[in-house]
Design a protein around this ligand. Structure first.
Ligand SMILES: Cc1ncc(COP(=O)(O)O)c(C=O)c1O
Length: 434
């Protein structure tokens, strides 16, 4: 075992692993994590403002989630998914039906966000009896062929095409870089209206579903205007298609509601979940209206590991903690505090083009000049400098120029202020340097 310890993880990664590590960013070797903090094996403590890509919403290692998982592990680790009943899966499905918006009631469990999207698309096609899908530019739905096919970002798709046919893209509701060069609300929701044209001109009219993230995560925290989903979904439903909400990143309290689509007063026909569902235990799910869910017949869809009993037990505890401790409300409060600070800061800092978000899903779009030229290099430098200051953030957006703040929802007001202080200092320094 001694020999083991002397081998550097970096060397093991370099020699033996196929990784997706970000170029030019020296990874932190993580020893352990607790609440809002990550502890490196270098002895450093980091304020985590990224939650492992919006996963540990209840905080790293929440004691009640761990206890539920531990208890379940002693009883049953795996359960065959098609000839036995897994009690925890049944309980979790009931709980999801209780908290999900509208008529969403019947769940399918899998292991990841991408699998949830794949399953939801299959279900929509089965129910509607059609094959085409409308998605959004700037979207991200996963790394499988099916999910990349509905992803509107060539950077994520490059090198691995061709993708599935039968996907049409409507322009994202990205007000800062309006696809119609207009301004909200003067635009009259042109992006939503354009869905009708997308269907008319880019499809054969055989549309089963419109899939969208209620707040777009990887696309750079794009927050659609308040009326967007009402207008978009009305058009889609007129065409006889379903609305699939991808809540993989925006779900489980992150935006100030349990699910981000609740901000828009629209009920999805199918909703996809993963990331924050079990505070770090791997689990994906989609939940559908009963009539939609019932369109899968035995054998139509299956996952060997889907709905793992330990992950389900963790998810139940996680959701109960979220509701009892009012974590969505806390996300709304902390988010408002950070946004207030950053909005004021934006006025003074020329490299900050836009600050946007809901709850603790916040994006800071960095620009090089008054023409809004994206500044991805500055975003990279900001991430590195913040890390040096002990604050971990994400970077995203189709242009790679959006700093993302997505901390655990248990973040305190002091920790939120610490993150905002660090951001203001680093961005002010970078604005002087470029
Ligand atoms: C909105 C959205 N959908 C789907 C996915 C894919 O999830 P996973 O990485 O668990 O497959 C992601 C991952 O970032 C996501 O942000």
């Amino acid at each position: 075992m001694g020999g083991h310890k002397s081998v550097k993880t970096k060397e093991l990664y370099d020699e033996y692993m196929i990784t997706g590590m970000v170029a030019g960013f020296e990874p932190i070797e993580v020893e352990r994590a607790s609440g809002c903090f990550i502890f490196g094996s270098d002895g450093k403590k980091y304020l985590d403002c990224f939650s492992g890509i919006a996963v540990t919403n209840a905080g790293h290692g929440h004691p009640e989630v761990l206890a539920a998982a531990r208890e379940q592990m002693e009883k049953l680790v795996h359960c065959c998914t098609y000839v036995y009943y897994n009690p925890r899966a049944g309980e979790l499905a009931k709980l999801l039906a209780d908290i999900a918006p509208g008529k969403l009631r019947k769940s399918f469990f899998c292991n990841s966000g991408a699998e949830a999207i794949e399953g939801a698309l299959r279900l929509a096609k089965q129910f509607v009896g059609r094959r085409e899908v409308v998605a959004l530019t700037h979207s991200f739905h996963g790394r499988t062929v099916g999910t990349l096919s509905v992803t509107g970002n060539s950077g994520r798709k490059k090198g691995f095409g061709p993708y599935l046919s039968g996907v049409a893209f409507a322009p994202a509701p990205y007000c800062y870089r309006c696809p119609f060069r207009m301004g909200y609300p003067r635009c009259g929701m042109a992006c939503a209206e354009h869905i009708a044209d997308t269907i008319r001109f880019q499809t054969s009219g055989d549309v089963a579903a419109f899939i969208a993230e209620p707040v777009m995560g990887e696309g750079g925290i794009i927050v659609p205007p308040q009326e967007y989903f009402r207008a978009a979904v009305e058009i889609v439903r007129k065409e006889g298609a379903l609305f699939i909400a991808d809540e993989v990143q925006s779900g489980f309290g992150r935006t100030g509601n349990l699910f981000a689509i609740e901000h828009y007063g629209v009920e999805p026909d199918i909703m996809c979940m993963a990331k924050g569902i079990a505070d770090g235990f791997p689990l994906g799910a989609f939940i559908a209206r009963p009539d939609v869910g019932n369109s899968f017949k035995p054998g139509d869809h299956l996952s060997t590991f889907g709905g793992n009993p330990i992950s389900c037990a963790a998810a139940i505890a996680n959701i109960n903690v979220m509701r009892r401790d009012g974590l969505p409300g806390k996300a709304a409060e902390r988010g408002a505090e950070i946004m207030r600070r950053l909005d004021a800061f934006r006025e003074k800092c020329r490299i900050v083009g836009d600050v946007r978000g809901k709850g603790l899903m916040i994006g800071i779009e960095l620009i090089a000049d008054a023409k809004k030229t994206p500044a991805p290099d500055v975003a990279k430098k900001a991430r590195m400098a913040l890390r040096e200051k002990g604050v971990l953030v994400g970077v995203g957006g189709v242009f790679g120029n959006v700093v993302r703040l997505q901390p655990p929802l248990v973040m305190t007001a002091d920790e939120a202020a610490q993150a905002a202080d660090a951001l203001e200092t680093i961005l002010s320094d970078l604005a002087k340097a470029v």
